[in-house]
Design a protein. Structure first.
Lengths: 271, 290
């Protein structure tokens, strides 16, 4: 076989596998979107009719709206805090040499390879015991803390890639020109690291927004979108749940597309 | 950029950057782990925790084969999931890194979006698709297949499908990064030396992306032993896996010490297996070298 024939064969196989895998990835997503337009009361085929009825219902359902609100609050706070902690840790882990650096990297990144459900349970035990001693219950605050523990390592890894490509002499140059510490951060460090910080923030938001395991363990009686939907997973439940799912897809699509467009534009400017 | 700056721990610059992570992960990751360990020496009575300091829980864990059967089943599922994910992820990652230049970004966006979407939603989608009266059977019936041809929801096969579905992106990302880092000239050199495309692939590309395959396998294995949603929702809870057993111990039986012990057993066994495989593969590589 000559190279061209081999090349063609490889192309056919690779594109074929790619197409099948993408189909595989999108089967459940499209199924959910389709079922959200079912007019009837039950999630079975064939549809009684196509309608937007359940979307209307969604905006009158206080439980669903509460869950949406909780998800948003948790995701916003967790994103800001986790991105900040992750960014600082990334700078320390990549730029500086110090004793115990490997230990620091391992500690700051450990939750990455820890199953989420177990992390949730271990934290639940911790907060329950502390709660008994100091008199508090699990709820919004413990859920936010759990999300930050889980998401900061992701933020650290994403920003670390950016820090690795960063020329530290730029900071020294700014300092030589008389800039104070704060000015160096404000005008040199943060702008140069911004693409990494921005991707980390988007990733953090989506991880928190869609998180099931940790919220399930730590939110007490409070519901977020994922735990609310978990309570409704059954073929017997109404198309309200697929409708919520479809609404939840929207910020994801927007943010992922936004991040990719920004990266492309930057690549074009540099190239 | 390898111009790392030497810092001492007392340096305020370093403290400012490293301390938040250290404090966070010590108080909310390490300390809870230690607490979990301490809890295993206590007992529960009337749904209340008693501070007793004895080994009741541990003798219970080691005397009941039930727990170990579930653990074995969990490990088997996680390892099978790793193998399937790596085999499926390799052509995708390879194609992304070398072939699909024209549509690379679009594919990346599609995969990232599918990955980042909440697992609960996607699992729910699979239930609706695979159900007896679901979308799959409906479509197949319209294509002329006999009715109810898709009937594996609430079996281990459905659990495996869900696990592969949710964990596959980890393998795609890690393998993609390692292939992307391979120096193209090495492959061109293999061609110059007369290697065919397949030969070059087998002897150059594959060994060079071993770290990526390895990283993906470890991640998927560790996450795979902890799955809960898939066996419960897609597997119908019929053959429980460790995470579900642990969850039940906490929720229904309200036995914290036992749950804590089972959590630790699962983690220790999982980490031990990872170390064992690292050792074995490391020795194998040394054997090839000589």
């Amino acid at each position: 076989m000559n190279h061209r024939a081999e090349s063609l064969l490889v192309d056919v196989i690779l594109y074929g596998v790619m197409a099948l895998i993408l189909l595989f990835f999108y089967i459940p997503i499209f199924t959910l979107i389709a079922f959200s337009f079912q007019q009837g009361r039950y999630l079975t085929l064939p549809f009684e009719g196509v309608s937007l009825k359940w979307y209307g219902e969604l905006f009158h359902n206080t439980n669903a709206l509460n869950a949406l609100w909780n998800s948003t609050i948790i995701a916003l706070i967790a994103t800001v805090v986790a991105t900040a902690i992750g960014t600082l840790a990334a700078i320390a882990a990549v730029r500086y040499m110090f004793r115990g650096k490997t230990l620091f990297q391992a500690l700051a990144g450990a939750p990455l390879a820890f199953p989420q459900l177990l992390l949730g349970i271990v934290l639940l035990l911790w907060f329950s015991v502390l709660g008994k001693w100091f008199g508090f219950n699990t709820g919004l605050v413990t859920a936010i803390i759990g999300h930050i523990v889980y998401i900061s390592p992701f933020a650290m890894v994403i920003v670390a890639v950016q820090v690795w490509n960063f020329d530290p002499t730029l900071e020294d140059a700014a300092r030589d020109c008389g800039a104070g510490n704060w000015d160096v951060y404000r005008y040199v460090t943060i702008p140069l690291l911004w693409p990494g910080i921005f991707s980390a923030a988007i990733f953090a938001f989506l991880l928190s927004w869609g998180n099931f395991y940790i919220t399930y363990s730590l939110a007490g009686s409070m519901r977020t979108i994922p735990t609310f939907i978990f309570s409704g997973i059954a073929v017997g439940s109404s198309p309200l749940y697929p409708a919520i799912a479809t609404v939840v897809f929207i910020p994801g699509i927007l943010l992922v597309t936004l991040a990719a467009t920004m990266r492309n534009r930057r690549a074009q400017r540099q190239g | 950029m390898d111009q790392a700056i030497d810092r001492r721990w007392r340096d305020p610059e370093l403290l400012f950057k490293a301390l938040p992570s250290v404090v966070l992960q010590t108080t909310c990751f390490l300390a809870p782990l230690v607490m979990t360990f301490i809890l295993t020496f206590q007992r529960t009575r009337d749904f209340q925790l008693r501070w007793t300091w004895d080994l009741t829980v541990w003798t219970d864990v080691f005397s009941k084969p039930h727990y170990w059967t579930i653990l074995g089943h969990t490990l088997f599922m996680a390892i099978a999931c790793v193998v399937i994910c790596i085999v499926l992820a390799f052509p995708i990652a390879y194609g992304l890194a070398t072939r699909f230049k024209a549509i690379e970004n679009e594919i990346k966006i599609l995969i990232t979006f599918a990955f980042i979407t909440d697992a609960t939603l996607k699992t729910f989608g699979w239930v609706l698709f695979l159900d007896k009266k679901g979308a799959a059977n409906y479509l197949f019936a319209h294509l002329g297949f006999p009715p109810d041809i898709v009937a594996f929801l609430f079996t281990d096969w459905a659990t495996m499908l869900g696990m592969v579905y949710n964990l596959l992106p980890f393998a795609i990302f890690t393998i993609y990064l390692s292939i992307d880092n391979i120096d193209r000239s090495l492959i061109l050199a293999a061609y110059d030396a007369g290697a065919s495309k397949f030969r070059a692939h087998w002897e150059v590309t594959l060994p060079l992306c071993k770290p990526g395959i390895w990283a993906g396998s470890v991640l998927i294995f560790l996450l795979g032993v902890g799955v809960f949603l898939e066996p419960k929702v897609l597997g119908g809870g019929k053959s429980p896996m460790s995470a579900e057993l642990i969850r039940q111990t906490f929720e229904t039986r309200v036995n914290w010490p036992l749950g804590a012990a089972l959590t630790l057993v699962l983690m220790v066994v999982a980490v031990f297996i990872v170390l064992l495989f690292t050792r074995m593969l490391g020795m194998k590589r040394a054997g090839f070298g000589t």
